[in-house]
Ligand binder design. Sequence first.
Ligand code: 13P
Ligand code: SF4
Length: 312
Amino acid sequence: MKTLENQILADKIQKLKKEKNAVILAHYYQVSEIQDIADFIGDSLQLSQNAKSTDADIIVFAGVHFMAETAKILSPGKKVLLPDLEAGCSLADSCPPDKFKKFKEEHPGHIVISYINCSAQIKALSDIICTSSNALKIVESFPKEQKIIFAPDKNLGGYINQVSGRNMVLWNGSCEVHDIIKAEEVIRLKSIHPDAKLIAHPECKDIILQMADYIGSTTALLNFSIKDPSQKFIVATETGILHQMKKSSPGKEFIIVPTDKKCNCNDCPYMKLNTLEKLYLSLKNEKPEILLPEALIKAAESPILRMLELSS
Ligand code: 13P
Ligand code: SF4
């Protein structure tokens, strides 16, 4: 929403950004006013590529904690700010490092492929990282007989097992925002809008993915909605993506699969902790800052770099 207050904040942010040589990276699940002032908007892969290549002194990460941590790991010499330090992630939290370490020990001979939605400690326990946009490519870069643990998202891992014909061992984690999307709700919307295409993020449950006309990362879903001739889309992911979809295709209709009877939305409570005001304050005060021990940065860096090399 463009209010006078937001416009004043946006102007102050632009001024500070220039003064401090800062860059704002925003994920598609951020509120629209943050997306509108960001230097880069993208999915997890694009944002990590941006975080590694930027020559800014300060990165303000408008996203969640694991994303800002990844930026710090890739650009340890830069100051990385997260507007609200409480912006965590239920999927990352579903994989505690001590339990995962034990799980790894119980599966000798397996390599670990971890979805980027995990803590720096889990990354450090992994051989390679992937995102929703390159998971299939990363998994298929290993021979079929290679034993693999996939963590932490069982839904993405199950989907990749299906399309690649693999049998990866899956960590039992999920994202509360995608896992809650109900098949009955999708069926109801499909019956009301038989002319709509269902597009879904692979963090959704298998039953949702089976009904989908297209499955992909946030960027892939956005691109599909632009290129596909359909005029109507039922969108099974977080609400924030609708902002760019509507901007890119103003004539098309987008219907989010709601998880709450009270609103037509599916908001990530962590992504939505960031506000324009908190972003302004973080840039002004240069905090909260993401700080990580050097040894952890070193250990978590190589599996991410391995992913980036395979994705370039
Ligand atoms: P992508 O934008 O990489 O598809 O990730 C979605 C997500 O859940 C981020 O938290
Ligand atoms: Fe984590 Fe899900 Fe929110 Fe993404 S949408 S940040 S995976 S809780």
